[in-house]
Design a protein around this ligand. Structure first.
Ligand SMILES: Cc1cc2nc3c(=O)[nH]c(=O)nc-3n(C[C@H](O)[C@H](O)[C@H](O)COP(=O)(O)OP(=O)(O)OC[C@H]3O[C@@H](n4cnc5c(N)ncnc54)[C@H](O)[C@@H]3O)c2cc1C
Length: 349
């Protein structure tokens, strides 16, 4: 087992962990980021289809989310508005699809031309080479003598401070022994639901946004097929059209065939011929959730004081979007959690 030393070890290269790593690096703290996956971004995940980028995780940010707006500008990312024009559609069991008068499904919001994951990629690129270690799932975090010990399958890292930038319920009890934490902290962490942790997303890519010609917005709602809520996700370049739908994790109807049948019912026969269909079930992804979220998730635990203060004499901190005081769940919340954690670490000396 190899041994390393770092001043601050950050578990997770999602946007919260990467934003924190950037801020700490800027003020001179040596940092190491350990990421389980072979990519950065976590719940930000954009893929390329035919040269255009499509978001399989988060898609939007909203006016007023100043941290994301500033970060996108700082990274020089091209930002564009969500498509809002046209009419939405809706379907109910036993009734034909109806066209609504207008689009109540979408509100003004922003997207990133190269996919929202550019936020995470841009943050990772600003760190010194070797700071982010991919394919390094952390298996245990223990308190040592004046340090914290972080274990992966083949290495042990000794660090002055450890930041858990993964959803708290992934960390407790799986990486952190609840007996080493105050009981209220352990209970809060274990019960805090993962935002969107019970969701699946289906992205259907077409040669062009054919629905727009007919005055449709590419948005809709449905109680019939796997897709409950649908939105236009066409790239700004106009190179393709795309519609995505949110579905429930584990839905047995979550297949290409059922999704396309539903798309045809909602948007007409042209919807039968996609360029690509991507299905991602976030609720069965072991790097996002342990088990699907409970049917009654405790959203009231978001930003709970138990998880927003230093632990183990300021050697252990939680820092995912679920711990944010403002906009928890959103990318904005992940950036706010990173800001809070930097303040706590610098205040602790
Ligand atoms: C389908 C979907 C749609 C969404 N839509 C939006 C949206 O439109 N707008 C918005 O603002 N937000 C949206 N969100 C939420 C947004 O994606 C999150 O707020 C944000 O990405 C969370 O960042 P994070 O760093 O807190 O956590 P994560 O992104 O979950 O990052 C945690 C990282 O830790 C890694 N990790 C986990 N376990 C370990 C381990 N044991 N060892 C090492 N690494 C580990 C993971 O692989 C991951 O990279 C959406 C989320 C989903 C799933």
């Amino acid at each position: 087992m190899t041994q390393h030393k770092s001043s601050v070890a950050i578990i997770g290269a999602g946007v919260s962990g990467l934003a924190l790593a950037n801020s700490l690096h800027e003020i001179g703290h040596p940092v190491q980021v350990l990421e389980a996956r072979d990519r950065v971004g976590g719940r930000l995940h954009s893929i390329s289809v035919g040269g255009s980028q499509f978001d399989l995780g988060a898609t939007w940010f909203w006016p007023g989310e100043q941290r994301v707006i500033s970060l996108a500008a700082e990274l020089g990312l091209e930002v564009f508005g969500q498509w809002l024009q046209g009419d939405a559609v809706a379907e109910q069991e036993g009734s034909p699809t109806v066209r609504l008068n207008g689009n109540p499904m979408d509100v003004p919001s922003y997207r990133v031309a190269g996919g929202l994951a550019q936020l995470a990629i841009g943050l990772a690129d600003r760190l010194p080479e070797g700071t982010v270690e991919l394919g390094r799932p952390v298996t245990q975090i223990r308190r040592g003598e004046g340090s914290v010990l972080v274990e992966t399958s083949d290495a042990r890292l000794e660090s002055e401070i450890v930041v858990v930038a993964i959803p708290p319920s992934l960390a407790v009890p799986h990486l952190l022994d609840p007996k080493t934490l105050p009981a209220s902290v352990a209970a809060t962490a274990a019960q805090t639901p993962v935002w969107m942790g019970a969701s699946a997303k289906v992205v259907v890519v077409y040669p062009e946004p054919f629905w727009r010609e007919g005055g449709l917005a590419g948005s809709g709602m449905s109680y019939v097929g796997p897709l409950r809520e649908l939105h236009d996700m066409s790239p700004s370049s106009g190179s393709h059209g795309a519609i995505f739908g949110f579905a429930s994790t584990g839905d047995p109807r979550l297949t290409r065939a059922e999704a396309l049948e539903q798309m045809v019912r909602l948007f007409g026969p042209a919807a039968a011929d996609p360029v690509d269909v991507q299905i991602v079930d976030w609720g069965t992804d072991p790097n996002t959730v342990v088990t699907p979220n409970s049917p009654r998730p405790r959203y009231d635990l978001y930003g709970a004081p138990e998880l927003t203060a230093g632990l183990w004499d300021d050697r252990l901190f939680f820092c995912s979007t679920e711990t944010a005081a403002h906009n928890p769940g959103h990318v904005e919340g992940a950036l706010q959690a990173a800001e809070r954690t930097v303040s706590l670490i610098t205040a602790s000396g």
